[in-house]
Design a protein around this ligand. Structure first.
Ligand SMILES: *Cc1c(COP(=O)(O)O)cnc(C)c1O
Length: 365
């Protein structure tokens, strides 16, 4: 592979200097001043009361599952069209997921289906809605549904860092949101994530759970079981540089998206993912639906010349591991999986590469 879907981009010497600073301070891991700085700057930038830097987005969700005290048999209502990282921790703790199909206009959780699901499962412990490919879910509509039953709304905003919803940062307005700083996301710490919430007690609890639920005693005292989920000071140093230059990343991603849009306009075989009117996507990936081209054949044809592309997330209700789970379906996520394709969307993607991809795709229809 020579062309990747969304490779990380460092900012000249910025991250290198911050990592050197972290190194020289003697704080390598865990914790340290860079972790505190990243948490403070992220809280300011995204407008949340409190944040917790974590070792991954997945572990941030794990901490929320622990905070909710998930037990075997607990129901959770979750996006059908998502990455399994959204729910892996909850399911591992015995939660039973019920899958909610996507809205055709946003590709995120359909609020009408959530409303119906909450009527069927009013005792559900949580709703986990995914922001798909950089676009926020309709938080206000989902939150209004959850308010009726007092269900906690978690937004898996792993893919939408820097996106906005009605002028607010992605995930703002939910009980809690998680971000991912994995290597292929819009900004990276090499591997890391974040929990963000306006519920300060929740973030404090998750902070404790992320350090093996150690109580404030001179010895190791535990009243409950936690995990190791903290971000290292070195990772956080990279994150501080990345976060300070998030706007440049957003500009680059928008430029790549616009370039794709200009090229695809004349192609009868492609339609770009719809853009919701309620917000601004971070344009993490340029995703298209295909007419007359098999996306799985396209992935193969592009891979043959060293270009990475990917089918959409395979819907959770189609996963063998979730065969026996209930779901509320409209057919949207299944249709999107059958015809969707994620195109290379790296910040440094060259126009010549886009033209080459278009040429190969033209031969497939
Ligand atoms: C990337 C991703 C995650 C997991 O984040 P990690 O930091 O890789 O653990 C969770 N959910 C979605 C939707 C993602 O795209």
């Amino acid at each position: 592979m020579k062309v990747y879907l969304s490779p990380p981009v460092m900012n000249a010497d910025v991250e290198r200097r911050l990592v050197a600073e972290a190194f020289d301070s003697g704080y390598i891991a865990p914790c340290g001043p860079m972790v505190e700085l990243l948490e403070r700057e992220a809280a300011e930038r995204f407008g949340f009361r409190k944040t917790l830097a974590t070792a991954s987005g997945t572990i941030a969700l794990d901490l929320l599952a622990r905070a909710l005290d998930i037990h075997p048999g607990d129901k959770i209502l979750v996006s059908d069209l998502t990455f399994i990282g959204s729910i892996a921790a909850f399911v591992t703790m015995g939660a039973e997921p019920i899958f909610i199909d996507a809205d055709p206009q946003t590709w995120c959780m359909d609020p009408h289906l959530l409303e119906a699901a909450l009527q069927r499962y009013p005792q559900a412990k949580a709703v986990i809605a995914t922001d798909l490919y950089g676009q926020s879910c309709d938080i206000d509509a989902l939150a209004a549904c959850c308010a009726k039953t007092g269900t906690k709304l978690i937004v898996d905003a792993a893919e939408s860092v820097g996106a906005t919803y009605r002028g607010r940062a992605s995930g703002k307005g939910a009980w809690a949101a998680i971000y991912s700083f994995n290597g292929n996301k819009i900004i990276t710490t090499g591997g890391g994530g974040m929990l963000l919430s306006d519920d300060e007690a929740l973030v404090d609890l998750c902070r404790k759970l992320s350090a093996q639920a150690r109580e404030d005693f001179p010895w190791y005292e535990h009243q409950r079981v936690g995990t190791q989920g903290r971000m290292s000071n070195i990772s956080a140093a990279i994150g501080v540089g990345q976060l300070r230059h998030l706007d440049a990343a957003l500009r680059d991603k928008a430029t790549v998206w616009d370039a794709w849009e200009a090229r695809l306009r004349t192609r009868p075989w492609a339609t770009l993912m719809p853009t919701a009117s309620y917000g601004v996507s971070n344009r993490w990936l340029a995703v298209i639906t295909l007419q007359g081209i098999d996306p799985f054949k396209a992935v193969e044809a592009l891979a043959a010349v060293g270009i990475e592309s990917r089918p959409l997330w395979k819907p959770m209700h189609l996963q063998p591991v979730f065969q026996s789970c209930d779901s509320l379906l409209s057919g949207v996520s299944e249709r999107l999986f059958e015809c969707g394709l994620c195109l290379p969307s790296g910040r440094n993607l060259r126009p010549e590469t886009m033209d080459e991809i278009i040429k190969i795709m033209d031969t497939l229809c």
